[in-house]
Design a protein around this ligand. Structure first.
Ligand SMILES: Nc1ncnc2c1ncn2[C@@H]1O[C@H](COP(=O)(O)OP(=O)(O)O)[C@@H](O)[C@H]1O
Ligand SMILES: C[C@@](O)(CCOP(=O)(O)O)CC(=O)O
Length: 547
């Protein structure tokens, strides 16, 4: 049973032994196309074939004229092609919370992070071969753009001089290639205000770089539609979740992944996840500049990890925390916009101007994370034991104080922390990059059960205290999120058909119209949710690489 945050207890993650050490492999060949196949439930008569249209896009353009599947309207009298198209499929990846160690992790220290049940969902609809276009429809950020496949800079990306080692390809951006794709980005939302343009360019750049790296001029024309239940830029890893969806999708389309199968060996699943994770890191490089890799690691593998990358030329050390405890947490969003890149840059600047002091703060954060890990991993750790929770809570508060000293808090985060402190219900720290975004509170134990939306835990603070706090937080414009910790990583729904509770013969086909029309988080989760959107029970059709 997964735990909740918001009304929550975090999930005692299932599977995987605690403390399993995994050194990431570096053996994959350059742009490997393995013979591994993707398990697709035999194509069902699900009506998913998309009618072919002969209209061609000329150059990069916006798609205001596109139909619901992203195809341009068909001129009268145009002959329809009838060759069957690959069925639509969907990829999903979770967001995350960093429980301890953000920022320090960028500088080689450990961080502890866990997947959350808020997720991104990417629907892939193949168009007829005559279309020659690739379209992004990312409505969460109002991005809608089409490129003509034939005009993209394939020659630059696939020139013999660019045959680099796999490890080099996935650890750093090639400035020449970034330059080559730039003219194709300038047309993206060129009339939007600069701040919005930046958001859209970052997402489009992550997609385009991966598309050009993993695809070819023969790549199928497609519409990629992304919707997410993760608040954007709130410290919950929305960018990593997006990058993982893009990476897994493009690797699946280039036949570079085996699975996911139900009976896939854990070792094999681990290799596939690692490949997805590495390319997702490239996406993160385009969005953030200098990511540690912890977000994309959790978004691909799910559950909870201890992550450390001491040397950027070497793979990180990822320790899966198989029996991550059920922690009574509260997750609150200040709704203050922030930029991860800017907050990471602030810390880098502090390290330059005050190297000794900043170094000691980062070391202290490392010690906090190590202590928390030692506590949680100890055989007799019991989250219902008030003394143990008190000790962990003090570490949470210490971690926040150190992040404040690094300069990455925000008046709204401090306000939030003060309200929770005044209510006396727990220990609070910012989570993610800070500068706004979210905070987590480890709730203090009491013996009174709390039936409010804030907590269902038997060891949570009294309902009246929590209800008063909820009212105060909402009055400040803060948002309380309900989610669970320690869920699955990247998953695939292929074809994009769900059978649960559907009256449609053969299951409910998820097409672009339905996906785009789904209302808010509940609507998206009801339509495509990995776990049935709280209706209970996992959606059987989704498959995961489970290490
Ligand atoms: N739902 C989404 N659709 C498209 N792009 C997204 C989405 N969520 C995040 N992104 C991309 O990720 C960026 C946010 O990254 P960041 O500021 O690090 O926030 P977070 O802390 O949520 O990861 C956005 O600017 C955008 O480029
Ligand atoms: C600050 C940092 O440690 C976490 C950033 O998380 P987010 O982008 O705010 O979700 C940066 C990183 O690890 O890359």
């Amino acid at each position: 049973m997964a735990g909740r945050i918001g009304d929550l207890r975090s999930n005692a993650a299932t599977g995987g032994s605690n403390g399993l050490e995994m050194e990431e492999e570096m053996k994959y060949p350059d742009r490997q196309h393995s013979n591994g196949t993707v398990t697709t439930p035999a194509s069902r008569g699900n009506g998913m074939s998309v009618e072919a249209h002969s209209a061609h896009g000329n150059a990069d353009h916006d798609v205001s004229e596109t139909s619901s599947n992203g195809a341009r309207p068909q001129p009268p009298g145009t002959r329809k092609e009838s060759s069957p198209l690959a069925p639509a499929f969907m990829v999903s990846a979770p967001g995350k919370v960093i429980v301890f160690g953000e920022h320090a992790v960028v500088h080689g220290k450990a961080a502890m992070a866990a997947a959350i049940s808020l997720r991104s969902y990417l629907l892939v609809t193949t168009l007829s071969k005559s279309q020659r276009t690739v379209t992004l429809r990312f409505p969460d950020i109002s991005l809608s753009h089409t490129w003509n496949i034939d005009t993209l800079p394939w020659a630059a990306f696939h020139s013999p001089s660019k045959k680099r080692k796999y490890y080099d390809l996935v650890t750093a951006l090639d400035p020449e290639l970034v330059g080559a794709m730039q003219p194709h980005l300038t047309a993206v939302s060129s009339d939007a205000p600069p701040a919005e343009q930046k958001i859209r360019h970052a997402a489009a750049a992550a997609f385009l770089y991966l598309f050009l790296s993993l695809g070819s001029q023969q790549s199928p024309p497609c519409v990629y539609t992304l919707r997410s239940t993760i608040p954007i830029g709130a410290g919950l890893g929305s960018s990593a979740s997006t990058s993982v969806c893009i990476s897994a999708t493009l690797l699946l389309q280039s036949h570079a992944l085996a699975g996911p199968h139900r009976d896939q060996l854990s070792e094999e699943a681990e290799k596939q996840l690692e490949r997805i994770n590495r390319w997702a890191f490239v996406g993160e490089l385009l969005i953030h500049g200098n990511p540690s890799g912890v977000d994309n690691t959790v978004a691909s593998g799910g559950k909870a990890v201890l992550f450390k990358r001491t040397d950027y030329n070497k793979p990180p050390r990822v320790t899966r925390l198989g029996d991550f405890p059920e922690l009574p947490l509260l997750l609150v969003d200040t709704r203050q916009a922030k930029s991860t890149a800017a907050e990471v840059a602030k810390v880098a600047h502090l390290r330059t101007t005050h190297p000794a002091v900043a170094g000691h703060i980062l070391d202290a954060i490392d010690k906090v994370t190590e202590s928390a890990h030692a506590l949680i991993a100890s055989a007799d750790f019991n989250p219902d034991d008030p003394a143990a929770l008190q000790h962990l809570g003090e570490l949470v508060a210490l971690n926040h104080g150190l992040l404040f000293s690094l300069g990455v808090s925000h008046p709204k985060l401090e306000k939030l922390r003060r309200l929770v402190d005044d209510a006396g219900v727990g220990w609070t720290k910012l989570t993610g990059a800070g500068g706004g975004g979210c905070a987590i509170t480890l709730l203090k134990p009491t013996t009174t059960s709390a039936p409010s939306s804030l907590s269902s835990s038997s060891s949570s603070p009294s309902p009246s205290k929590l209800r008063t706090l909820q009212t105060r937080l909402e009055a400040e414009g803060f948002e309380i999120y309900t989610t669970t910790l320690g869920g699955d990583g990247v998953g695939v729904l292929m074809p994009a058909v769900l059978t649960n509770g559907s009256a449609e013969v053969g299951g409910e086909v998820i097409d672009q119209d339905k996906f785009l029309r789904a209302e808010g988080r509940e609507g998206v989760e009801r339509l495509v949710g990995v776990d049935g959107g709280g209706a209970g029970g996992e959606r059987g059709e989704w498959r995961f690489w489970r290490p």
